[in-house]
Design a protein around this ligand. Sequence first.
Ligand code: TMP
Ligand code: ZN
Length: 404
Amino acid sequence: MACLVCRSEIKPVISFGQQPIANGFLSPEKFKDEYFFELKIGWCPKCAMVQLLEQPEPEMMFNENYAFFSGTSRYMAVHFEKFAKTMMDRYVKGSNSFVVEIGSNDGIMLKHFKNAGVGHLGIEPSANVAAVAKKEGINTWVRFFNAETARAIVKEYGQADGFVAANVMCHLPDLHSIAEGIKILIKDKGVVAFEDPYLMDVLEKVSYDQVYDEHMCLFSATSIQYLFNQYGMELIDVEPQITHGGSMRYYIGHKGQHTVSKNVDQFLTMEKEKGILKEQTFKKFYDDCEKSKADLMTLLKSLKEQKKRVVGYAATSKSTTVINYCGITPDLVEFISDTTPIKQGKFSPGKHIPILPVEKFAANPPDYALLFGWNHKNEIMEKEKNFTERGGRWITYVPKVEII
Ligand code: TMP
Ligand code: ZN
């Protein structure tokens, strides 16, 4: 397979085995037809891109059963508000300015631009979530973003001062058509800002659960610089984010139009020093993943022998990779507690662990809660003070398997 950024040959890194659709929570009558594919990632020695080597057809992932909703987390809502404010402070100033967001979902970020009277447009391919945004008065087009869409936007509204995306770019295999569209869309002084889970965090924290069907790409400053350089654009700043267990926000502009922050060089150098272009780094990642799996299974089996009850906390998309790679079955984890109504009463993809409402967790607290939502740790710990105070213990596997 060719690298999605530089088109060189990709080197395989690790296979997480046969995996179902990460968000494919299902009812028992669907068990026999469940779809599986081999989840494996590869690395590009030339531009440091890390990507899936096989991706299921989009219809397998995004259909009427799709269980993802923005806004399940209070912290994320605050995060998007701050993202919008940062853009308005720096690049998208005043009511004459215009911002475009791709993957704008229900308008969780764009509403802050709208409320400030800033010209805005959301590009959202899922009609159902776009309808929610439109109802709130957020200007939204139901379509995919590419060069053709960019031309249509420019024709209708003119070029944009800002282009934003959050946890969207990493889903998209056709990065070149996006970059081409951006090049057309933004003004000479326009700025692109997008954020996604950060490769260096995944390597350091062994958070291999960031790898699942929907996450086609794991970016770094190195691979993003390489991508946009091909279009006469460059990184002008980078800002690490704590969201999604460690993300990076990349700011990009047309070459030579902005002062480049010293952060850019610092991060590019740091990535190189940490071995982003060395095969050894990815061999170590393979070993780290295998160790994490062995440690977690040893712990869960030992708790089972001690007749302790273990319940999963938060049926995240990420947990699907962990559950199916490690082989966690309902005899080890009794059920998974989750707040999303359409997941409740269903079963986890692949290993079919029941998903139950959080009230069941409170009503019959286990000895141990396995923190599948580790990236929401602070929010969850705050909510579940009662469980912890009454002697309930938490198990995490990021950055290492331990009882906390
Ligand atoms: P995601 O990481 O794939 O977005 O999934 C987050 C899931 O975690 C979602 O199904 C809701 C669940 N969740 C809880 O059950 N309790 C919580 O406190 C939080 C923050 C999330
Ligand atoms: Zn490459």
